[in-house]
Design a binder for this molecule. Structure first.
Ligand SMILES: [Zn+2]
Ligand SMILES: [Zn+2]
Length: 319
């Protein structure tokens, strides 16, 4: 199983602003002072050694996660990140194996999880076979509603790809290729669903967007089972703990909630994503550091790893 994060931002696409770029640039130039950067390989080595917030961008595209195995291509959500995925698919490469077939699974249909679909170039190819899956009723009408004339110039039916709609049942496992996929309901306005992917002996879980507000024991048990032994759990860590208290009922969570549940469920690596649009890269990395501190304080024996989700990150569970 191969995982690639094409969009990790929450709520709205968040391109980097000039002042953020200049802030990074200034730091890099300060670090470059006195370094030998006389040829390209030395520059590359210097760049590789930079701290993560100076070496790369956390990224501003909204939720889109690829889960594939070389035979089957699954995509969770069509946030703005799916635009780049579509462009990559157009180049062929490993995507040529799928013969144009893509399974698109929706957590829900808020703008940040759907706004990329009309910009998904394979959707405009008659040879593409796009299979849309979701627990919400009326998936086709929901998709068409995203592209009505008042809000978007190109209606869904003008996209010439073959599109089929597949109704899923909550908590009922189903099979696509070698994947067993189970949706479960999350706590977010307008109903949202997480997905557990099992492939051979590997497990990946996506649980975004969701809030854990004073969960009762039954809820904790349910999610512990849903996350059980996941190699990776992509979790909604939009807020700091302080904000999670202030923004009660906004439908999002914090990395610390993710740590509590992950330790209990035996998750190996927690990917904290759905980053708040207001957070710069340094804040997001500090959330990761706080989560490490929280884990070490509360669960000193835990082997759980915690990583801030970064656009373009890949995880290979094939071995
Ligand atoms: Zn969202
Ligand atoms: Zn939402």
């Amino acid at each position: 199983m191969y995982i690639r994060l094409w969009g990790v931002r929450g709520s709205i696409p968040t391109p980097m602003a000039t002042e953020q770029y200049r802030h990074k640039l200034r730091k890099v130039l300060q670090r470059a002072h006195g370094q030998d950067l006389s040829d390209e390989s030395k520059v590359d080595a210097f760049v590789e050694e930079l701290p993560v917030t100076e070496r790369l961008l956390v990224g501003g595209d909204t939720t889109c996660i690829e889960v594939s195995d070389g035979e089957t291509c699954l995509v969770v959500d069509a946030g703005s990140g799916i635009r780049r995925l579509g462009l990559e698919m157009m180049k062929g490469g490993r995507y040529a194996n799928y013969g144009g077939a893509v399974h698109l699974l929706f957590s829900h249909h808020h703008h940040d999880h759907t706004c990329g679909f009309p910009f998904f170039v394979p959707g405009f190819l008659p040879t593409s076979d796009i299979r849309l899956h979701g627990v919400h009723k009326g998936l086709e009408a929901r998709m068409a509603g995203l592209q009505v004339g008042e809000y978007f110039p190109v209606p869904l039916e003008v996209m010439p790809s073959k599109k089929t709609y597949h109704q899923l049942t909550v908590d009922k496992p189903y099979r696509i290729g070698e994947f067993t996929i189970t949706p479960t309901e999350l706590n977010h306005p307008g109903d949202t669903y997480g997905y557990r992917f099992e492939w051979r002996d590997k497990v990946f879980v996506v649980a975004s967007d969701t809030e854990f507000k004073n969960p009762d024991e039954e809820t904790i048990e349910h999610f512990t089972a849903f996350f059980r032994d996941a190699d990776y759990l992509y979790f909604d860590g939009q807020y700091t703990v302080q904000e999670a208290f202030v923004k009660e009922d906004w439908g999002h969570s914090s990395a610390m909630h993710g740590v509590d549940l992950s330790v209990r469920a035996g998750v190996k690596c927690l990917l904290v994503g759905h980053h708040d649009p207001a957070y710069d890269d340094e804040t997001i990395v500090s959330i990761e550091e706080d989560a490490h501190m929280y884990r070490d304080l509360l669960y000193p024996d835990a082997t759980l790893d915690v990583i801030a989700a970064i656009e373009g990150a890949t995880f290979d569970l094939s071995e």
